[in-house]
Design a protein around this ligand. Structure first.
Ligand SMILES: [Ca+2]
Length: 491
């Protein structure tokens, strides 16, 4: 919004306060997200960013874990026990305002006044809590909702529109264009669904009135609320107008405020970072986020894996999954424990020095699929802490690469520069990328014979393994909600 973008940093609160009387009507209009090309049929919304997320509420197809959770949250959530909390005249709010004002040289009175206009959101409190009786995690269902032809088609269009920018990001950060496109597609369908919760409401609800849950994360959200105020000053955003996911994630890439401050970059060199309206800034910021979180240029993505049928192997696999997504063991070590890389992927597997993690993908009634991920898979899960999310990004990316290469081939044919016969139209149907079946066989792509296998070249170009890889330092994910909502655990 122009009024945000051009507001002088120090006057943002004044502007916010000046607008306060008109807040109700402002809500009815667009917030920082009004760059969306079409408004969602339903306004749903909610989800966090880079690492925290977005909402896809009414989107035709999938959203990430958080979004899914949001979608499921009833529009009218259960009334909270007792009186609805407010943010006026509460010691905890006053102390928070004083604290962050002194830490960041903000005007305490202005911060407090903005906070007093925050509204408790029952839907936010409800969405952040994991379901008491979680359904079975179902990869097939999740994948179908996220790796879809709508995102593929929109993604190819986005790629075409921003080809140069994506190329530059790939050169600078080492992250392939298709990965960046896939993330922005899964997060917000390229800016179409960035969330309709007023961010100050969402973050205040979670910072000061976190609902009863196995793990109280109010401290984390107080940190995000603090970052949000500082970000507003830095960017000129009006803190009372910004909207995003139920968990406080904002913009096309659904960055949490702290992630925006730490990892966002100016992709179009216009002197400001605008993750609401600038695709170039969003593309560069996603690339930078992944690079900082360990993405390895030309590195390994993932491979299929089988777990031996004996009890010891099964048990070890279960423990390894429970231990988390950090790559900890080499291929050799895994093999000794009965976890074997899919034979067809062996040629593309990392060397002995590379560390791998075991990814479980329960498919409901069928046998669980297993895959092996490396540092790049781990980097994607720092954006949104979920195995399902990470694998969806990689499979959508594989489809995007196939579609892109096919499109370029057809364009070359049309231009008469190809020796192949002209004709045909690029398909945007999703092909079964990844590894089909119960865990070991690389999928047939279903693509034409001259299309690369999704597990071949562009996707898994293996660099010579470094002699020694450093241990991976755990890094907090951007998206705090994926781990606790919807596909809870490490979906
Ligand atoms: Ca910019």
């Amino acid at each position: 919004m122009p009024q945000f973008k051009h507001t002088a940093p120090h006057t943002f609160i004044l502007l916010a306060l000046g607008l306060s009387a008109g807040i109700t009507s402002l809500h009815a209009h667009a917030g920082p997200n009004d760059n969306r090309k079409s408004s969602p049929a339903k306004t749903a919304s909610a989800k966090p960013a880079p690492a925290a997320s977005n909402p896809k509420a009414a989107k035709p197809a999938g959203a990430n874990a958080v979004k899914t959770a949001v979608r499921k949250a009833p529009a009218v959530a259960a009334a909270p026990q007792g009186p609805v909390p407010t943010y006026q005249n509460r010691d905890v709010v006053r102390m928070f305002a004083r604290d962050i004002a002194s830490r960041h040289q903000l005007d305490e009175g202005q911060v407090l006044e903005a906070l007093q206009q925050a509204r408790y959101q029952p839907a936010v409190a409800k969405a952040i809590v994991p379901p008491s009786q979680p359904g079975a995690r179902n990869w097939t269902k999740y994948r179908n909702n996220h790796v879809d032809s709508m995102r593929l088609k929109s993604g190819l269009r986005f790629w075409e529109l921003h080809e140069q920018t994506l190329k530059q990001a790939e050169d600078r950060y080492g992250v392939p264009a298709e990965i960046i496109v896939a993330i922005i597609g899964i997060e917000t369908i390229f800016g179409r669904h960035t969330g309709n919760f007023r961010t100050i409401d969402a973050l205040s609800t979670l910072a000061f009135d976190y609902p009863p849950a196995p793990r109280n994360r109010s401290e984390f959200f107080r940190g995000e609320l603090e970052s949000f105020f500082v970000l507003a000053r830095e960017t000129g955003l009006n803190p009372l107008e910004v909207r995003g996911s139920f968990a406080g994630a904002i913009g096309m890439g659904q960055f949490m405020p702290s992630s925006w401050r730490r990892f966002a970059v100016d992709g179009n060199n216009d002197g400001e970072i605008d993750l609401f309206h600038s695709s170039a800034d969003t593309i560069a910021s996603v690339g930078n986020f992944l690079k900082v979180h360990g993405w390895v240029r030309n590195g390994f993505w993932y491979s299929g894996a089988t777990v031996e049928a004996d009890e010891g192997s099964r048990k070890f696999a279960g423990q390894m999954v429970a231990d988390g997504i950090i790559p900890r063991l080499s291929r050799q070590q895994l093999q000794e424990k009965g976890i074997v890389a899919a034979p067809s992927a062996l040629g593309e597997m990392p060397g002995d020095a590379d560390l791998l993690s075991l990814i479980d993908l329960p498919t409901g009634l069928e046998q669980t699929e297993y895959r092996l991920g490396g540092r790049n898979f781990y980097a994607v899960t720092r954006y949104n802490r979920s195995n399902f999310y990470g694998m969806s990004v990689m499979e959508l990316a594989q489809n995007l690469r196939l579609g892109w290469d096919e499109r370029k081939l057809l364009q070359a044919e049309a231009a008469g520069t190809s020796s192949k016969p002209a004709g045909g139209k690029a398909s945007t149907a999703i092909v079964p990328t990844g590894l089909s079946g119960s865990g070991s066989t690389p999928a047939s792509t279903g693509a034409t014979s001259n299309s690369p296998s999704p597990l071949a070249e562009p996707v898994q170009v293996m660099p010579p393994p470094p002699a020694q890889l450093p241990q991976i330092t755990p890094m907090a994910p951007n998206n705090p909600a994926a781990s606790s909502v919807g596909n809870k655990r490490r979906t």
